[in-house]
Design a protein around this ligand. Sequence first.
Ligand code: ADP
Length: 164
Amino acid sequence: MSTGFYPGSFDPVTNGHVDIFRRAASLFDRLVIGIGVHHGKKPVFSVEEKTKMLETELKMISKTENIDFDIVTFDGLVVDAAKAEGAGFLVRGLRNTEDFTYEMQMSGMNGEMMPDVQTIFLPASPGVQHIASSLVRQIASMDGNVQPFVPGHVVDMLREKFAG
Ligand code: ADP
């Protein structure tokens, strides 16, 4: 059984993440989504809220894809979290040259620390290439329209979060 581990902040889940979930679903028997918890960095959404967003999306994808999804949190090294889940593959999305430069370096160092966990890069699909959680947060905080960038239920959660 092949297991992929897809780590991220998911603050919030965007259409770009969902695109990666869908495409990774066709590659593995099991995909584990790892919510990274950084001490000292306070996210907009709690782990519980992120889990709710992820569950809603993954339930939808499970209807058409034959894959098991799991959601975990981790606060240490990505390679340790992947290993703990029995994952042989790390999944990362690439949007642009900044992602590429950073992710190449990370994959090199992760590969040295844990040679039996391979990194797989999925290029962002054209329709979602420009989407970043950080910009979604910024737009939502200024009462902008985030509907083109995130699933509908996430639009509602952002609205609630930034209301008033
Ligand atoms: P962000 O970088 O937007 O804050 P994350 O830290 O949650 O998001 O990113 C987790 C992973 O998802 C990374 O590999 C990142 O490159 C990928 N990713 C994020 N947004 C997109 C997108 N629009 N298209 C493809 N991959 C993406």
